[in-house]
Structures are given as C-alpha cells and as structure tokens.
Design a protein. Structure first.
Length: 290
C-alpha cells in the first residue's frame, strides 16, 4: 500500500470554513476520480480549540508543540494506492462519464480550480503549495465506525535525536502502541511513520519543474518535516471519552513515561474526518474500484 498525506493551506481569500466547503464539497468530486485510488479521507482541523477540552490533562500529554503549527495547514487528505507505480499514474484519465456513446473520458475533468481553493504561489501562476508526504502505515486497532459521528484525534510525534530511526520505530511499534491500544473506548488506531525520503510522494507524480522541486519548495518542506516524524490516528466517541480513557490509572503513567522516553515532542490535533472513498486495503479487485 502506498499512502500519502497532503498537508494543504487554504487560499487567502477563504475562511477556514469556506475552505472546508470548497475542498470537501467541490474539490473531492474531482480528486476522488484519481485512477486506481483505494482510499481517500480528508482531515480538516476542528474549529474548537482542543487544549481547553483536555483540561488539566493537556499539560501532561502535550510536550513541545511547535508554535503556529495549525497556521501552516488547514487540512490533510490521506490517499491510498496499491503501489508507487499506481500513485504516479493516478492522474491518467479513466472513462468515468456516462455520455451518449457510453462510458467516456470526461472532457471537463480538471484541477484548474485548485489555485482558488489552496494557497497559491504568486511567482508561479497556476501552482499552489502543498506538503505531499509518503506515510508508512501500521494498523494497531482496525477502525470500526458505528452509525454515528466519532471524534478523531491525530497525535503528532517527533523522535528523540539520541534514538536511531530503526530503533525508534521498533520501540513505538512494540512498546508504545500496544499500551495505547488498551485505552478503553478506542474505535480505531493507525500508526504512520513519515518516510525518511521527503520527496517520495512527489517524485514521478508532479513535474520536475514544479514548486515542490524548487529551492523554496525544498526549504519549506524540510522546515515542516522537522516538526514531526509520524502520527497516530485515534477514534473515540468524544474528546471527553478520550480524556477519561487516558486517565485510566494503570495506562496513563505507562504512556507518559514512554512518551518522555521516546518523543522529543508530542501533541494532538482534533480533525473533522470526511470519508470520500472508504479505504480498501485488500488485494486489488479486477474491476474499477470506488
């Protein structure tokens, strides 16, 4: 599975809520038609500040959160494809529009609206900034969504520099997430390590001459990636349910100790999750999948 997070900043003419409406209500109608897409979820940070909802717990479970982190993005789609090759071919047009002569390639399918939804680059007309990053996924607890809205919290973490990358990933997988999986009321938990190759999601998908490959693009992406090394996506009935679960007497000291030992920084973002294409991690079907 080739999984990509794409952190996007809204166009300056839009409010955060207008961006949400434009991205989910319009842009996704185009982008969900990417060839071979196997999963598509759009996460938009929630309007209500999270820290007040966490109460006194916030100071115990949030450490060294980067200043202005949410100013750098408004939402991040999570898209899945069967392979890197499938990802690089995702923009190849497929017959999806029913017309007089049958199913045809849609002549109106375009991404030209993107500069009006996302943060454009004045010196590069027609382009917009984005941080497309490949994520290495591990299913800790499969997501089971009941017939009601869940609260989704995204836990961002940064590796302590004295721990090497392979040892860090092993310990997060074998020491930290097994304890996290025991939190009562957890409806799903997905661990994502950011690929150390910061260009893995751009190479072959975007033109070499694009913003992503410019000195400014490299500098801004490196600065953004320096904040964090991975995420954990968690689903609960509510923020208060998470707070109650995290205060579980036996688990809280264990998790806190491990976080201090493993992470140089860790913090949470509440997001509104929009499922555009339900993720299908099974082997690829022989027919067009949505």
């Amino acid at each position: 599975m080739f999984k990509v997070f794409a952190f996007l900043k809204r166009n300056v003419r839009l409010t955060h809520d207008e961006y949400r409406a434009a991205h989910v209500g319009y842009h996704c109608g185009t982008s969900r038609r990417l060839k071979g897409i196997r999963g598509y979820i759009v996460n938009v940070w929630a309007n209500a500040p999270l820290r007040p909802q966490l109460g006194d717990l916030a100071d115990e479970i949030i450490r060294n959160e980067p200043h202005g982190f949410l100013d750098r993005w408004d939402g991040f789609p999570s898209v899945m494809f069967d392979s890197f090759e499938a990802w690089t071919k995702a923009r190849e047009a497929e017959p999806t529009r029913a017309m007089e002569g049958g199913l045809k390639i849609d002549p109106d399918w375009t991404y030209s609206h993107g500069i009006h939804v996302f943060d454009g680059i004045p010196e590069r007309p027609g382009e917009f900034r984005s941080y497309h990053l490949r994520m290495i996924e591990h299913i800790v607890v499969p997501v089971e969504r009941p017939e009601r809205k869940l609260t989704k919290l995204v836990f961002f973490f940064k590796r302590r520099p004295e721990i090497n990358e392979s040892g860090f990933e092993r310990r997060v997988l074998t020491d930290y997430t097994p304890v996290l999986a025991q939190l009562p009321g957890l409806h799903g938990c997905i661990l994502n390590f950011r690929d150390s190759d910061r260009e893995a999601a751009f190479r072959g998908y975007f033109p070499d001459g694009g913003w992503w490959n410019s000195p400014q693009g490299h500098a801004m992406r490196n600065q953004f990636c320096a904040f964090w090394d991975g995420t954990i996506e968690m689903h609960f009935d509510s923020v208060s349910a998470f707070v109650a679960a995290r205060r579980t007497a036996q688990l809280h000291p264990q998790l806190t100790a491990l976080e201090q030992e493993l992470f140089a920084a860790n913090w949470y973002v509440e997001v509104d999750e929009n499922i555009i294409v339900m993720p299908n991690r099974n082997p690829a079907p022989v027919f067009y999948y949505r």
